[in-house]
Design a protein around this ligand. Sequence first.
Ligand code: ADP
Length: 784
Amino acid sequence: MMRSHDWSGSPLGPPAQWPQSLRSVVSLLLWSKFPMFVAWGPQLGFVYNDPYAEILGAKHPSSLGRPFEEIWSEIWSEVGPLAHRALQGEASYVENMPLLMSRKGYDEQTWFTFSYSPVTGDDGRIAGMYCVCTETTHGVLLEAAREAQTQRLASLAEQRQLALDAAQLGWWQYDTETGAVTHDERYGQIYGLDASSPRHVDEIRRLVYEEDAPRLRAAAEAAIRSSEPEPYAIEYRILRPDGATRWLEARGIPSFEGRGASRVLTSYAGTVADITERRIAEEVLREDEARFRLMANASPAALWLTDPNGHCTFLSSQWYELTGQTEAQALGLGWTTATHPDDQEHARNAFLEANEKRQQFQTEYRLRTADGSYRWAVDLGRPWYSETGEYAGMVGVVFDVDARRRAEEAVEEASRRKDQFLATLAHELRNPLTPISNALQVWPHVDGKAEEASRLRGMMERQVRQMARLIDDLLDVSRITRGRIDLRRERLDLSLAVHEAVEALKPFIDSNAHRLVVDLPVESVYVEADLGRLVQVFGNLLHNAAKYTAPGGEIHIVARQERDAAIVTIRDSGLGIPTDMLTEVFEMFAQVDQSLGRAHGGLGIGLTLVKSLVELHGGSIEVRSEGLGLGSEFQVRLPAISDATSHAAMAQPLEGALPLPSHRVLVVDDLTSSADTLAMMLELLGQHLHIAYDGAAALEAYDAFGPEIAFIDIAMPGMDGYEVARRLRTCASRRPLLVALTGFGQEEDRNRALEAGFDHHLVKPTTIQALREILAAVPLRIMG
Ligand code: ADP
């Protein structure tokens, strides 16, 4: 179908005025399905086919039927010459000419390729030309898009490489089918390989440390097991071809073809980094840390560390051993729960405040140990800073100071008791003085009234006894604390000691209207002991029993033997002792109820003495009481002597009980009252007496009287006791037994007397018992 520019839209053939030969050629051309027009004649009037009309009609209807150069004047300058060249017999074309098409109310950019060819008539002359127009808009746009895409990809690849470079990462891809590993240059550098790529995976695998290879394989295999491609990361060592060991970190991700069950692994791709420096730094850190922990755990104290927020991040093993806490319990602020409930707040606050102010602190608290008991601890902490000067937290140490703390408490307690004791002592010593002083004042006025005088004397004697007892106890305590008490041990019948103690205490027990039951063994029980000290022990216990039992109570004293132990039990129905005081009563100055002890005239040292004396004898003492008001029982155990049935063994201990032989006894004392009373006591013991009131008289009396024993006061004006003793020893033809009498009872005084030639040392006021012991020793002495 053809159209001519002067026909408007009706399908007609080439104009009739065209030569026939041309018309047939043109008709043929225009049958083409390519959009085309044919121009003819000097005006270049043209005909065009339907495809051409379609383009123009659809896209540029206003152009139909108008000359080309008019419609597209902007490209005419380019295509016009081609048309003319075609008319001169030369075919040519121009590609992708941009044309702005106007249709449907908007402009559209299109591109066309025009190709011009001459049309030759029958006569062989060029009769016109035709032009095939091909719209290339789609191709041009496609090409432009492709170009843009290529550019974008190029810049992406560039950026990716930049990123890899910045991270110092090498890039790789491993084709699982061929085993080929493709990689970039850095990858090659990291592995110490030359840059040529790809290479076979086995070549790479050979470089991996044998110990690390299984881990590497396992990581890659794990990544393909999950349903989605899963990235993995793994650190491993390689031995580079140049002999260097390097730590690498590979990150990879697998790719698959297909889905589900038919999924096939095709490749892995990823990055690799050389992390040797980091690993070395980590290793150093780890070693440092391990060394620190070793040191911390070897320290006898518990060490700790916190972070800057005050959360404990480390405690050495001592803490866990001491408290029994686990790490989970102790870290953070959990450590505070191991302190005593009363100390928790204070421990926590001391620490938190120091942490906040970044300053040192020191505090003490009680720690609950693994067995539930509490121990005193000192906690010391100070801030620490990182190398760059940032606050890193607190570091500290916890010491067990329980022993020190308890010792301090014991010292405080002892000092408190001592103060109490001194107060009690002052009171106890003044007590007897008052009645004595009173009695002395009335004494001048009782002349002749025998009954009154004896009552006063009796009262004074009781007071003096009380004072003497106190002072004796004090001296004994002093000796014991200095470890300077000597036992004069002998083989003796336990019953004898019990009997003497009972004798001594009977008046006191009776005065309290107690019923006393004495239960002695039928067979004698022998012990190796100091009779005086044993009497003191049992006497003391009996005294307490009577003292701490309301009048009319019951006291039992039982002696018996159990295997190799000689046992004496003193039981009363009195006040009893609270359970928490049972061990304490044996401590120095301890009294359950101080006012009560004082009311009964005690210093709280009796039981201390008793215990020490029993222990000096190799024995032990125990106390039992069901509680307050339920009575008390003291049990003394001493080692019994098993072969004591021999005659010789029995003879000695009974000595004390035998009637004393009568001796000539000289008493020397410048204090007449003292001399006279002592003489009276000795007379009571059946002795013949002579009294001298000074040294000279003593020497005279010696010649005239010829004493077998002399009791000599030390502190005398003129010739003192030492001098008298010295002279008596040198001038005497028959040496008497010399007994020193002093007010000083210390060990040194005793030693001094013995050094001066005395045989015995007696502290004033003395007792009948002490005198009896000395007298009993005289015949042996004289015989020797
Ligand atoms: P004190 O001089 O106070 O009697 P002791 O050392 O002899 O000192 O006794 C210490 C304390 O033990 C007494 O103060 C008393 O509280 C208690 N005690 C001792 N013996 C008895 C007993 N038989 N019954 C009850 N309490 C006793």
